[in-house]
Design a protein around this ligand. Structure first.
Ligand SMILES: [Zn+2]
Ligand SMILES: [Zn+2]
Length: 139
């Protein structure tokens, strides 16, 4: 996705596409590692001399509010961020602490007792041991 397309996307979501905002979105798009604010800040800072951590925080807040990004609370030590896509869940490995994306289909839970509630956020979190760590354990 080119910077121009990202700017258009931000506009469609009522976000003024300032240069740092476009760069932060681009970073999330190209780095599907569920980065923390610090990771985003440290990577972009050398190219964005005027960038502050507050700008990164505020921009991510704005993306989350406008359905462009997900705030992940799967890692109790760090808030992580991710691009929002449909049918995309997260698996956190308790050994290497990596958060993996996975796609799923036929995820259809009936929330019987929440009939009269309005659900605003729905995320699928799984935890366990990833395939790489499982291999290591067998050695
Ligand atoms: Zn692992
Ligand atoms: Zn993800």
């Amino acid at each position: 996705m080119k910077s121009k397309a990202i700017a258009e996307l931000l506009k469609e979501h009522n976000i003024r596409p300032s240069y740092p905002r476009v760069k932060i979105y681009e970073y999330l798009l190209n780095n599907r590692i569920h980065p923390t604010v610090d990771e985003i800040y440290n990577t972009l800072k050398p190219d964005l001399y005027t960038l502050s951590k507050t700008t990164v925080y505020n921009t991510l807040d704005l993306f989350v509010e406008n359905n462009l990004a997900l705030l992940l609370t799967i890692d109790e030590n760090n808030t992580r961020y991710d691009i929002k896509t449909d049918n995309h869940g997260h698996f956190k490995c308790r050994i290497c602490n990596q958060v993996y994306d996975f796609e799923f289909s036929n995820y259809d839970i009936q929330f019987d007792s929440l009939e009269n509630f309005e659900i605003e956020d729905e995320q699928l979190y799984l935890t366990g041991v990833c395939e790489h760590c499982k291999k290591e354990q067998k050695k």
